[in-house]
Ligand binder design. Structure first.
Ligand SMILES: *Cc1c(COP(=O)(O)O)cnc(C)c1O
Length: 399
């Protein structure tokens, strides 16, 4: 049995801790970092063979690096994919995917509720090169199908969405994509393979911003794509030639992050569920958007498709921007920042930050109201987090 077959049979926690490290002659126990830009050869003939690809092996760290390789193998195993290519950021993971698979004249269908920079990448930059993107409501399968044309090559979605926790049925969307000869890419940043495995549900490609939960402690920027060998070989060509490669040091951080991913995600979700229930019962909160609440319109689908509900939630207060800002500004523990996927709980006002560039009509269509607050629930003591939010929320009730 090859190593790969053996790893395929392992459970997620074993893969997270054991896959991908090839011990060197030093017999190290922890995964080493190889901070080297190039690699040397025993002879001119060996150099020639490696340069032309006749012999496998490291040449230059823009192409391959053993520390990056450990991270790639580990994440590929955890997502159940044939191969993973790591990138310098989540955005360059998306860019590299498009450069590898699409051509001028091709079209993308994407959900309207995407990470803001993804929308800018599609519209402002891919648009320049003749690739057009059509946006549809994430959960509306008929709208996805209706937006497909003979030029559509890629369907792209994030599920659950940020910050309203909408869900799309990944299997059904994969069927639609495949009926029309397109790939389905799922940005799995919010749930990670610990909670959702899109390839098993029929998706073709998984995109990660490793910056978020894969790291889990807000230390480094990085990304990855997981999928079949054929497509990933094309992607590897883009990364080695165009250069958005992951640094060995960041790869090492993410590798160590994966080791505790399941534990952290379970703890994040537990805190988030209790936080959502508490907010839902708070008199100053008009509505909570979290797919773990039984009254969420796609709660049943989320339960089927996901192992848990994630740790990003939105809630609305009466009183618009002034009220929302006052709740945010009254916090002393929560960090006011647009980032997420950190052990530290973060709070942000989407309407003026992450979604600030949208027009009023676009915000209305995306459900981004002025009273909406997003929190990405971290791992602090839940009672402390509630007390921190109560300060602002309670003062909304007694003006
Ligand atoms: C952060 C994020 C990205 C972009 O990742 P970077 O690492 O910041 O480049 C893409 N998709 C989602 C869902 C994200 O949250």
């Amino acid at each position: 049995m090859s190593d790969q077959e053996e790893n395929g049979g392992w459970g997620l926690e074993t893969q997270a801790i054991r896959t991908g490290h090839v011990r060197t002659h030093e017999q190290e126990h922890g995964e080493p970092i190889f901070p080297t830009s190039s690699f040397v050869y025993g002879s001119a003939a060996e150099a020639a063979r490696k340069f032309c690809g006749e012999e496998a092996g490291n040449v230059y760290s823009r192409f391959t690096n053993p520390t990056v390789d450990t991270f790639q193998k580990r994440l590929a195993a955890m997502e159940g994919g044939e191969r993973c290519i790591a990138t310098s950021s989540g955005m360059s993971a998306i860019l590299s995917t498009v450069l590898a698979l699409l051509e001028a004249g091709d079209e993308i269908v994407a959900s309207r509720s995407l990470f803001g920079s993804t929308v800018s990448l599609f519209d402002k930059y891919l648009g320049k090169f003749g690739i057009t993107t059509h946006y549809v409501e994430l959960s509306n399968l008929e709208a996805w199908e209706a937006a497909i044309t003979p030029r559509t090559r890629l369907l792209f979605a994030e599920t659950p969405s940020n910050p309203l926790s909408e869900i799309v049925d990944i299997s059904a969307l994969a069927d639609i994509a495949h009926r029309h000869g397109a790939w389905l890419a799922i940005d799995n940043c919010f749930l990670t393979p610990a909670l959702q495995r899109p390839l098993e549900l029929g998706a073709d490609l998984i995109i990660h911003s490793a910056t978020k939960y894969l790291d889990g402690q807000g230390r480094a920027i990085g990304g990855a794509v997981v999928g079949p060998d054929k497509e990933l070989e094309a992607l590897f060509g883009v990364v080695r030639t165009c250069g958005p490669c992951l640094s060995p040091f960041n790869a090492w951080i993410f590798t160590k992050g994966l080791e505790t991913l399941r534990l952290r995600m379970n703890a994040h979700c537990e805190n988030a569920q209790l936080m959502a229930e508490w907010l839902d019962s708070h008199p100053a909160v008009r509505k909570v958007h979290y797919c773990g609440l039984p009254d969420h319109p796609q709660h049943e689908l989320a339960r089927r498709q996901q192992k848990a509900y994630g740790a990003v939630l939105g809630f609305e207060v009466d009183g618009g921007r002034t009220a929302a800002w006052s709740v945010i500004d009254a916090t002393r523990i929560l960090s006011i920042t647009g980032n997420l996927g950190d052990v530290k709980t973060t709070i942000t006002h989407p309407g003026t930050t992450t979604h600030g560039r949208l027009s009023d009509e676009q915000k209305a269509a995306a459900g981004i109201s002025e009273g909406l607050i997003r929190i990405a629930v971290g791992l602090e003591d839940l009672d402390d987090l509630k007390a921190d939010l109560s300060r602002g929320l309670d003062s909304l009730r007694s003006p």
